[in-house]
Design a protein around this ligand. Structure first.
Ligand code: ZN
Ligand code: MN
Length: 430
């Protein structure tokens, strides 16, 4: 029998806990981490009969902010729906979420399409101890933004990179800590395998992934597990699986619900939310520089892609870099500062921008000024680039700038542009 090659089809669902001061549908504080159990509650977030929810405007704005930062289109009319299911962490018997009119949809991050960005309420937390299950309602009702991608990912590495980028954006927007360990960022992976590129008729969901490494490993594990089943002619069952970090494997938790099992219907206690184009514009204006643009700017300052990425991924490093660069005179000093920060030759937490600038000026490589050495490099560059030289003689003066760049490159940026420009002009005189 010829073995088929199976191609993974992967989609992601990400829940982001917003750090608004108050909960999604009541005035209780959201700061539940480390607080004594059931001290941040009220009839609304305890799900007591007759209690009425009212929507947190800031949470709505932040959800839209996330959506816009992910290139989504914001809907002018959105509404809340009830997602019905029974579980002890959900005393109402339903979660207030969004179904067919989410706040945002049709976005993109990197090459991955974003299906939707919606807002919902977090559930209570269940604590299992000594054969008992205790329920802490401090987390119940905390605003959660759910981001759902299209099944556009094809491997574990790509999923990890995507999630890291997303985490960076969430943190940049200032709407969440995006902390995997504390659960303010929760990841779910949907994965199935195809032989012909068609979407298969089953889907496995993996939960409890509280690190990017686990996402990577769980995907790899599932690819192996599912392809073994498929090779035997069996179809993997549609189910939710957990991740066992000790055994480094996924395990079956329960069969997966379909959307129609939840009996979604509009939340009668909340009005639909109208968002006008000017409000969307206003939210758009509040979006700070995103990592992708920051990276572009750092590249223009002379950093390599890797250097830019390392600095951007650490807010402390990025802050020090941003505060130091205005004090510098040229790209060489900027390079030196980047290297000092990246190689941890300075204590990032304790160095002031002024100290770092002074250090970089002492350590920046010395200018290469020797005329004879530079003239030799100029001649090498000219003979290696006959086309540019010819262009120059044809009257294309910009060819000099190209040659200048080549020479500066050969000196690893250590030559002074005006001096080199003069040497090139001299060499080009026939
Ligand atoms: Zn409450
Ligand atoms: Mn959800």
């Amino acid at each position: 029998m010829i073995k088929k090659t199976w191609r993974p089809i992967i989609g992601l669902e990400i829940h982001v806990e917003l750090k608004t001061k108050t909960k999604m549908f009541c005035h209780c504080p959201t700061s539940h981490f480390g607080k004594p159990a059931n001290t941040q509650t009220c009839p609304v977030c305890l799900g007591l009969p007759g209690a009425l929810p009212f929507a947190n405007q800031r949470a709505i704005w932040w959800a839209i902010k996330v959506g816009l930062a992910l290139d989504c289109q914001a809907n002018e009319t959105a509404k809340f729906d009830r997602k019905n299911y029974f579980y002890p962490d959900l005393p109402k018997g339903y979660q207030i979420s969004q179904y067919d009119q989410p706040f945002c949809q049709n976005g993109r991050l990197d090459s991955i399409r974003i299906r939707r960005v919606h807002l919902e309420e977090d559930t209570a937390k269940m604590i299992h101890q000594e054969g008992q299950t205790l329920v802490d309602f401090n987390r119940s009702g905390v605003p959660l933004v759910e981001i759902v991608t299209e099944p556009d990912l094809t491997n574990s590495q790509q999923a990890k990179e995507f999630l890291k980028h997303l985490q960076l954006i969430i943190r940049r927007l200032g709407v969440s800590d995006g902390d995997l360990e504390k659960g303010s960022l929760r990841l779910e992976v949907n994965i199935s395998l195809t032989a012909d590129g068609q979407l298969p008729d089953y889907k496995v969901e993996i939960k409890n992934l509280n690190s990017f490494r686990y996402v990577e490993k769980a995907i790899q594990f599932e690819i192996d597990r599912q392809s073994q089943l498929l090779n035997r002619g069996e179809k993997p069952s549609q189910e939710t699986r957990g991740w066992n970090a000790k055994k480094q494997q996924t395990y079956s938790q329960r069969s997966k619900e379909e959307a129609h099992d939840y009996r979604y219907f509009p939340e009668p206690d909340l009005l639909p939310v109208e968002i006008s184009p000017w409000q969307i514009k206003l939210i758009k204006k509040q979006i700070p520089e995103l990592p992708v643009n920051q990276q572009l700017r750092y590249r223009q300052m002379g950093l390599t892609e890797l250097q830019a990425r390392i600095i951007i991924s650490n807010s402390q490093k990025a802050r020090l870099f941003e505060q130091t660069t205005p004090l510098l005179k040229n790209k060489r000093q900027i390079q030196t500062v980047a290297n000092l920060i990246i190689n941890q030759r300075v204590n990032v937490g304790q160095t002031t921008p002024q100290q770092l600038a002074a250090k970089s000026k002492r350590q920046a490589p010395k200018l290469m000024k020797d005329e004879a050495v530079l003239a030799t490099i100029v001649h090498q560059v000219l003979s290696a680039n006959p086309k540019a030289v010819n262009d120059y003689y044809q009257g294309k003066k910009s060819a000099v700038e190209f040659l200048l760049g080549q020479v500066i490159g050969h000196t690893r940026g250590q030559a002074e542009p005006n001096q080199v420009r003069r040497l090139i002009s001299q060499a080009l005189v026939k």
